[in-house]
Design a protein around this ligand. Sequence first.
Ligand code: PPS
Length: 306
Amino acid sequence: MPTKNEDTLLQKPTDWRAWVNDLVRYKDTTLIASILAENLETIHQAFTFLDGDIVVASHPKSGTTWMQNIVSLLIDGADPEKLKGQALYQRVPWLEGKEDLDCDWGYQLLENQASPRLMKTHVYGPLVPPTMLQKARIVYIVRNPKDIAVSYFHMHRAYHFLPDVPWDEFITELFLPGKLQYGPWHKHALYWWKLSKSHSNILFIHFEDLVKDLKTQVEKIAVFLGKELTVNAIEKVVKEASFESMKANQAVNYSQVEAMGHEISPFIRKGTVGDWINHFSAEQNRRFEQTFEVWMDGSDLQIDFL
Ligand code: PPS
């Protein structure tokens, strides 16, 4: 396996095809660094999930951070004091990774947190630790893959350690063949969709529903997490989780993360459904639709693109 280490993470790769060739294939998915595979092995073997753990699971760019914030706000009872001061990625660490170079890996941060511990993960399939499924309550957020591809494309522009890739090649050579980290999208979404039907501890939420009616979805997530909040507290969560609030909030908008060039493309970027229309040519859309039809054959998962 190729070895990439932290020293290389702040240099923008100039040759994106060489970068793609260097990606790590591990248990049916793609990772950008072998250290993530090592962390996943460690988590499988040594990380103890506890009753009360709450996991936000997602394919990248599906609204993970949005859901992390909602879950964190709900668990903290929308207490204004707890909303300030701590970066969201410390309050809800990325189980197998880390968001900034100088912090510990998520699973290490979590060892020291009091229950209920909150975490995010991008794993699916054989990467998922079996005890997570037994012990934790899991909120999975799904998003239509056209908008994910757009969001992912802009993330590549912004992150210093990810290469810029021309849009057409990004779609046809990376996103559709599942060569981006944690791809391919359909295996991810369909794995969690299928599992959510047989596990009452998994709640499946659509990004598009959050955009349509945030309050109703927040109430649903609160019930799932067993949190009885006052009307005022729910309203506070909805306000703090709005696009405008999150974009302005340094604790959640990743503006303090040194690996990101916010001036190129901010992390909380557009937050809409259907931005793909502004990026896809008719031919790109045709190819995407063709692949999407094959991906979804035999599944009853409904995805809204608009
Ligand atoms: S990551 O890197 O995988 O953790 O990214 P992720 O958090 O999953 O997804 C980032 C996209 O979520 C959008 N976002 C929001 N949209 C609407 N409202 C709120 N409050 C919100 N918070 C995050 C964010 O803007 C990214 O989508 P795009 O389409 O790029 O704007």
